[in-house]
Design a protein around this ligand. Structure first.
Ligand code: SF4
Ligand code: SF4
Length: 337
């Protein structure tokens, strides 16, 4: 009798721990793609993101730096166009150097044509950051869907950003002197011209702006730090980051210039997802795939043979692992593999 409450408590704890273990086991079973993606994203972040080396180890990425200059979206230091140096920076940097970047454009085209925007879903450090804020938004139950009209309107913003960048940078290709870009940016564009691509890069904001800001704060040099466009930059990304809690991948969806470049190619990518019409029970009965898609793609309005969202799909696989009927499949050339 004396031990009855104790035994009841032990029995409950035992049941709870079995329940917890079963839940963890179930999570691992049902989130294999997300877990694999996290491992890859973290390895990329720690292994080859140059600012990590620079700021945390006090050195540059050394001999491996040239390797990751050619991986889309991975930061590399010392790009002329921004302090980080993904594919787009290199392409536009090459234009500014008055060399038309056939090789870089060819590589970008081929990689995206084969893998779609998997680099956004699996490699980009800014993508990992937004996955974390989006997850926090889901846990905190603040996740929202953007209204249809707002979503369609905002999706075009990244195209306008890209067009503005090309208009700003294209004159450099036809310049007669090597100093043209420097004169042009200093006289016409001011501070913005020193770093036109970097301004639009969330990756650069997180991996360069924030560490610089922390260093300036520690050294008491904030007045100097906040010159030119930096206040605008801070306010801009503050708003964007807050919104990523409510609308997952907010920056990827609406502002990233790399997304604007890659999505028309990704729409025709070889690697893709498809939906099996024999298994899918539709939006009215289920619709779970659409409710988890961080890019807010209307998956059930897509062609069965290819889920692309007009090139917005980042191949994160959340729809696939969430589907209770196993209706979403990985495909190549719009055929199941
Ligand atoms: S989660 Fe699967 S079954 Fe449900 S609507 Fe989406 S594809 Fe169809
Ligand atoms: S359609 Fe599926 S794989 Fe593509 S972004 Fe949405 S959830 Fe991710």
């Amino acid at each position: 009798m004396l031990f009855y409450p104790l035994l009841t408590m032990i029995s409950r704890l035992e049941k709870d721990s079995i329940g917890m273990a079963a839940r963890v086991k179930n999570y691992f079973k049902t989130h294999k793609i997300t877990l694999a993606r996290r491992v890859v994203q973290i390895l990329v972040l720690l292994g080859i993101t140059a600012p990590f080396w620079t700021y945390f180890f006090g050195s540059s990425a050394g001999v491996i730096e040239p390797m990751f200059r050619y991986l889309p979206f991975i930061s590399a230091p010392q790009s002329e166009m921004s302090n980080s140096g993904g594919f787009l920076e290199l392409i536009l940097g090459s234009v500014v150097g008055r060399v038309f970047p056939f090789l870089l454009i060819g590589l970008l085209f081929m990689i995206t044509l084969v893998f779609g925007r998997a680099s956004c879903g699996w490699l980009c450090p800014a993508g990992l950051f937004q996955d974390i804020t989006g997850w926090a938004g889901e846990v905190g139950n603040v996740r929202r869907d953007m209204g249809k009209n707002g979503h369609e309107f905002l999706r075009k913003v990244k195209n306008w950003i890209l067009i503005i960048l090309v208009i700003i940078l294209l004159p450099a290709l036809f310049a007669l002197s090597d100093d043209f870009y420097t004169d042009y940016t200093q006289t016409v564009l001011g501070d913005f011209g020193k770093n036109p691509l970097g301004f639009w890069s969330l990756d650069q904001f997180l991996s360069v702006f924030i560490p610089d800001f922390l260093v300036a704060t520690a050294d008491g040099g904030l007045d100097e730090f906040f010159s030119g466009v930096r206040i605008a930059q801070l306010l801009f990304y503050f708003v964007i980051i807050i919104l990523t809690f409510y609308f997952p991948r907010f920056y990827c969806r609406y502002f990233c210039p790399y997304a604007a470049v890659s999505k028309p190619i990704s729409h025709y990518s070889i690697l893709t997802l498809s939906r099996n019409p024999a298994k899918c029970v539709g939006r009215k009965e289920c619709g779970m795939c659409e409710s988890v898609c961080p890019m807010q793609i209307r998956i059930l309005d897509e062609n069965f043979a290819k889920i692309s969202g007009e090139g917005e799909c980042i191949l994160c696989g959340r729809c696939k692992e969430t589907c209770p009927y196993d209706a979403i499949e990985v495909s190549a050339f719009s055929r199941r593999v």
